[in-house]
Design a protein around this ligand. Structure first.
Ligand SMILES: Cc1ncc(COP(=O)(O)O)c(C=O)c1O
Length: 474
């Protein structure tokens, strides 16, 4: 009796609902919106590509020195409601309402950034809104300099970065070189080490207003006190771009730039293992200039989901496990360097004291481009790199190898020994294929694709690497 009543009543409700839907287009509109924005409609094209990218990452050997695998905690906030909110301005001083929780999140991110680098809030300020490393560097320049002022950083072919100002002859390739007068200093062209006497000469010759230290392919640490003396010599600001080594600095496994620099920038997605983004630290007296150089000068609303991801990465970075991880990153690059040297190969500066090494392949008779190409074919990702003494940046003589990503997946010294053996086999294969195909990259590629041993090496790599842990969400 009771059941019959329920069924009849439900049918009535259902009928009424259908009548309501038919007579009320507004209802359908809401239903459609819900359908469009819920997970019941999925973009199969993008999901398919995402799945393939995930599988590629799981089975490949990732040796790009600027890459890492971020945590599921970071990925979770990246794909969160933080992405919906506009929050131009700073905490407590926004252009829009509804920023109560965003304000708290940004303040927490700032507080963690200062804490992670052991900085006193009475002496240092940090801006967490800059969208990435290159814009962060340009924002610093636009804030503290006048157009045309001289900037000076490490030359790109010696391990510097495009965003420090790069020119090929008279050609100005990046915004810093277009809007400021870009000059550079070199490493010693024989040894690859920074030579502070040579830098001094360049500084005195060009008298920069901004001296930049930090780079993207330098396997040694930086002497910031020497850079401070050189900056003081000509009254320049000193900027350290610690993008590559910010995880190492956080874990106190590299020299501390904050003791000597006026401004320190970093990306957050390399050794820091966070989301793509940037931090700009500055001495307290520069905070207004830096904040307004970011917004409103060159950006609108910050990417709050990325900022929340940075806050998460900073939290993770302050845990003891991150220190252990960073120690292992360095041990791994040194273990790989030792093995390669034992095999008779040449490394720029003779080794490494950070997360990367620069392998000079000229003695072997192959270019960095060929090594990059053949490694990519067997699913090892690394990049060609100029080495000191290269005649042209177009045909770099070496490759850059970094250990942060594979260390995140659990590689330790024994895996580095195995990796060195694999790289040795690949170099020998490259020489063998080149001896038949000739030196042209196009011909070499044809020879490479016809080689069956390479397919066996690729399979071996895929089976080996797939066994290791991979963090993050799918
Ligand atoms: C030293 C250095 N600074 C800045 C950047 C630029 O960062 P982004 O790619 O986020 O613009 C990089 C990138 O590799 C870098 O190595």
């Amino acid at each position: 009796m009771w059941n019959k009543f329920v069924v009849r009543n439900n049918l009535k409700i259902f009928k009424n609902l259908n009548n309501y839907k038919l007579n009320n287009p507004q209802f359908n509109f809401h239903l459609n919106i819900r359908k469009m924005t819920s997970s019941s409609i999925v973009d199969q094209d993008i999901l398919g590509l995402m799945k393939q990218e995930r599988e590629r990452q799981v089975r490949s050997l990732e040796l790009i020195a600027s890459e890492n695998f971020t945590s599921s905690g970071v990925m979770k906030v990246l794909g969160s409601c933080f992405t919906n909110k506009y929050s131009e301005g700073l905490p407590g001083k926004r252009y829009y309402g509804g920023n109560e929780y965003i304000d708290q999140m940004e303040l927490l991110c700032q507080q963690r950034a200062l804490e992670a680098y052991r900085l006193s809030p009475s002496e240092w300020h940090v801006n967490c809104q800059s969208l990435s490393g290159s814009p962060a560097n340009f924002q610093v320049m636009t804030g503290i300099l006048k157009p045309g002022d001289v900037i000076m950083g490490l030359d790109l072919p010696c391990g510097g970065h495009l965003s420090h100002g790069y020119m090929v002859g008279d050609k100005k390739l990046t915004a810093p070189a277009i809007f400021f007068t870009s000059r550079s200093y070199q490493t010693n062209l024989e040894t690859g080490w920074l030579d502070y006497d040579l830098i001094r000469e360049r500084v005195l010759e060009h008298r920069p207003k901004l001296l930049i230290c930090g780079g993207s392919a330098y396997p040694r640490d930086w002497d910031y006190s020497k850079f401070r003396d050189l900056a003081d010599l000509v009254g320049a600001y000193l900027l350290c771009d610690m993008a590559h080594i910010s995880g190492l600095v956080m874990a106190e496994k590299a020299n501390d730039p904050f003791q000597y620099c006026d401004i320190v920038t970093t990306t957050t997605h390399k050794t820091m293992r966070g989301p793509r983004g940037a931090l700009i630290f500055c001495r307290k007296d520069l905070s207004r200039i830096i904040d307004s150089a970011v917004f409103p000068c060159s950006q609108g609303g910050p990417h709050n989901n990325a900022m929340a991801g940075i806050a998460t990465a900073l939290y993770e970075g302050m845990q003891p496990e991150f220190r252990e991880y960073t120690e292992q990153v360095i041990k791994n690059s040194q273990a790989l360097a030792t093995e390669l040297i034992k095999m008779g190969y040449k490394l720029v500066t003779g080794g490494t004291e950070n997360h990367l090494l620069l392998w000079d392949l000229r003695d072997v008779g192959i270019t960095g481009s060929k090594m990059e190409k053949i490694c990519d074919y067997v699913e090892i990702t690394l990049n060609k790199n100029t080495v000191p003494g290269d005649k042209s940046a177009m045909t770099p003589g070496g490759v850059r190898i970094g250990t942060p990503a594979m260390t995140t997946r659990g590689f330790k010294e024994p895996e580095m020994v195995k990796l060195a053996g694999l790289l040795d086999r690949i170099v020998k294969k490259t020489v063998e294929i080149q001896s038949v195909s000739g030196k042209k990259l196009k011909d070499f590629e044809v020879g490479m694709k016809a080689d069956e041993d390479l397919l066996k090496i690729k399979k071996e790599i895929n089976e080996w690497v797939s066994q290791f842990f991979m963090p993050g969400l799918n």
